[in-house]
Design a protein around this ligand. Sequence first.
Ligand code: DI6
Ligand code: FE
Length: 403
Amino acid sequence: MQAEDHLFTELRVATLADASSPYGLIEAAAIAVIAGQIDWVGPQVELPVRYAGLKQTPLGNRLVTPAPIDCHTHIVHGGNRASEFELRLNGASYEEVARAGGGIVSTVTATRSASVEDLIRQALPRLDAMLAEGVTTVEVKSGYGLDRETELNMLRAARALPEHRPVRVVTSFLGAHAVPAEYQDRPDTYIAEVCIPTLRAARREGLVDAVDGFCEGIAFAPEQIRPLFEVARELGLPVKLHAEQLSNLGGAKLAASYGALSADHIEYLDDSGVAAMAEAGTIAVILPGAFYTLRETQMPPIDSLRRSNVPMALATDCNPGSAPMTSLLLAMNMGCTLFRMTPEEALRGVTTNAARALGLTDCGRIAAGLRADLAIWNVAHPSELAYRIGFNPLHARIFGGTS
Ligand code: DI6
Ligand code: FE
């Protein structure tokens, strides 16, 4: 399909283009799309005459928002962990499952035995569920290979997804996700012998947009993440970190000291970590799906993040262990109900702040010059997007100007 120049009329739009009005809402609006970009947005009565000749679609007063962006996912992986879900329901804790060789490591076995084609085929239904809610940009992490070839294959699969679906994919190298069995009790050696050389190879192959890690007692200590971040810096790659998810190891502070795009999870983040993130401009990626699945009780410090003006993003964390969830709308609802985020924070969290968490400046808001990545909803007010549970009000999804 070709991107088509287009004029959308009779709509209300949550531009999220600035913070000065709620949702950046414009009533009785129009949006002109030229060459896949937003050319003009504003009240329809102010529409410049130069757009009069464009093909016109009246939207019956539907709401238009920036298309949602899922800025933290692990949708490329082999197999699933329904049996671990069952184990936990029979009493085992997440850490016990991990220490018993289950958890992440069991997905590693399934992922290592999958070809790139298998990985793509298994990721597509998850991706389709996201696209059905209007998502146009998805971040995809490696991290279930933990050996050179499988880590590269995961990234190759992620890079190939846009050949199969109209979507933009941003990749993160997560070689430091877990210590593989063959390096048990030798995490530093794993980082030096496998993780860093694989990152360099992924970089040479153009497979990696950012470098991520899991800084946690069951994964890597800050001192083990640091050499990886040093290489990321040398390669000119931005970093981000799974930090303070199960305990406070100071991961967010470490990430912020490398100017990280984001620190993710952060249930156990303290005020000094919040201050470091604020100082560095690091986005807080809130992942209520993992909180919910693990039945965590420690809440991320939403009030403190708010007070310090740390922008908050929301994402699914779609992964086979702690967040078998593909719904960004549900993540919005959970962000509000579990963490008391406002519906406006939730919408900013999956649009403008999600874009910032990926270092993207051409999407996530509705303003002239940005990509025409839009979601058109059968709702009257943006608060409805976070309000419902298990209901998808998407009317249409526009990706780079194309529906
Ligand atoms: N934190 C998580 O919640 C996921 N990864 C991570 O670093 C869990 C991934 C898994 O259990 O497979
Ligand atoms: Fe994650």
